[in-house]
Design a protein around this ligand. Structure first.
Ligand SMILES: *Cc1c(COP(=O)(O)O)cnc(C)c1O
Length: 394
């Protein structure tokens, strides 16, 4: 699989959990879409792309391809916009389905944009909703009859700690609440089955483990029996029942179509399509086993050789495909490591984060990364001005 990715020489890339590397086929595919489709077909591409299938159908066709990776049935996933937008859409849909309840339950390990979007929606609705944020380990006990919807990210972006999606969904349902699952750090990282978990809504992004490139669109899954009950807040023309009838007022499209908003990002979808080809040949249980093997090896190596780092991740099967450690100069340590060609990232306030993506990472990279990290720490290589000054993206 490694040969299917473009990886620069001299780099050990442990950040595929944040921005997946370039699939070789994606570069070629995007070039073809630009030159042969946009260049030659012009506006005709919407109806007939070079492969005879119009661009307009790509958001649902690619949605179905992603659906296979998360256990969602055909016609229940659509691609578009960014994950922040998808949080807003599904949260609004869920709140409208529970008009007599006022609480959105989330946890303090959630990615901030999910919480920010909830705050913005609450202010926009002006109906006295409350965002209740508890510690991740307290979510189960915080689900009560006031909760309209749980808004949880399965894998904690900082630590990799993983929620039990099926158990928490069942608990939410027992209390009459709906469950939204953010799969940003799950899709393409391990097996996910939204159908077995009976999730009401699932959302995620495609530029992390799915390798569709910077700014690639998000996906949204709505359980089939709920789709036609959604009154979309973002009632854009491409979610309309008949976009090209140009009706003066909105009528939601059938099923998952109504979660579309506006014009799809065709070039980015071409990259996603090529990136998804790789997944046709991946055995997810094998990928997961390998991810645990590699992250376990890294965890053990760092624990042995870098005593100044404090583990921030669970050291077992409840961890996603990443390992994190705490260090009070974590930012500078990571910058020094990146200068050596080992790329991970830093998450405030003190987390060094390393992603293990078995499609292109193996034992030799894991061992080399441990050794570089140990050298950076024992020689205090990080303690230099160029590593201590913070950049915009950490
Ligand atoms: C990466 C990530 C996002 C990013 O949202 P965008 O709108 O795509 O920038 C949101 N939520 C979670 C949980 C994430 O991990």
């Amino acid at each position: 699989m490694r040969r299917r990715f473009h990886l620069p020489d001299g780099v050990i890339y442990l950040d595929g959990n944040s921005l997946g590397p370039l699939p070789v086929a994606a570069a070629e595919r995007v070039r073809r879409t630009i030159e042969d489709e946009w260049g030659q077909l012009l506006i005709r591409g919407w109806n007939t792309g070079a492969d005879g299938e119009g661009w307009m159908g790509w958001p649902t066709r690619l949605g179905d391809r992603i659906g296979r990776l998360i256990g969602a049935p055909e016609g229940s996933v659509v691609v578009g916009d960014t994950l922040s937008i998808k949080v807003f859409q599904v949260l609004d849909a869920a709140l409208k389905m529970r008009p007599d309840r006022r609480v959105i339950l989330s946890d303090s390990g959630n990615f901030p944009t999910d919480l920010y979007m909830a705050e913005g929606l609450i202010a926009t609705l002006g109906q006295g909703h409350e965002l209740r944020v508890v510690a991740p380990e307290d979510v189960a006990t915080a689900i009560d009859e006031a909760v309209a919807v749980t808004l949880l990210t399965q894998v904690d972006y900082r630590t990799g700690r993983m929620h039990d999606m099926a158990a928490l969904t069942a608990l939410a349902h027992d209390h009459g609440a709906l469950a939204i699952w953010d799969l940003a750090h799950s899709a393409g990282a391990h097996e996910v089955d939204v159908t077995a978990a009976n999730a009401d809504f699932a959302i995620g992004c495609t530029y992390k483990y799915l390798n569709a490139g910077p700014g690639a669109p998000a996906f949204v899954h709505v359980r089939p029996d709920l789709q036609d009950r959604i009154a979309p807040a973002l009632s854009g023309w491409l979610g309309h029942a008949a976009p090209f009838a140009f009706d003066p007022s909105y009528r939601p499209g059938p099923g998952i179509e109504r979660m579309r908003v506006g014009t799809p990002p065709v070039l980015q979808l071409a990259a996603l399509d090529a990136a998804l080809d790789i997944w046709d040949d991946v055995d997810m249980p094998a990928l997961r086993a390998r991810s645990l093997e590699l992250s376990g090896r890294f965890f053990d190596g760092v624990s042995e050789l870098c005593p100044s780092l404090m583990p921030a991740s669970p050291a077992d099967q409840t961890c996603g495909s990443q390992v994190s450690f705490r260090h009070d100069q974590g930012y500078a340590v990571m910058q020094a490591l990146i200068a050596r060609g080992v790329i991970g990232d830093f998450r405030a306030p003190d987390i060094l984060r390393f992603g293990f993506t078995p499609l292109f990472i193996g034992e030799s990279e894991v061992d080399a990364a441990v050794s570089h990290l140990a050298q950076v720490l024992t020689t205090r290589e990080w303690d230099q001005p160029q590593f201590l000054a913070r950049k915009a993206v950490t």
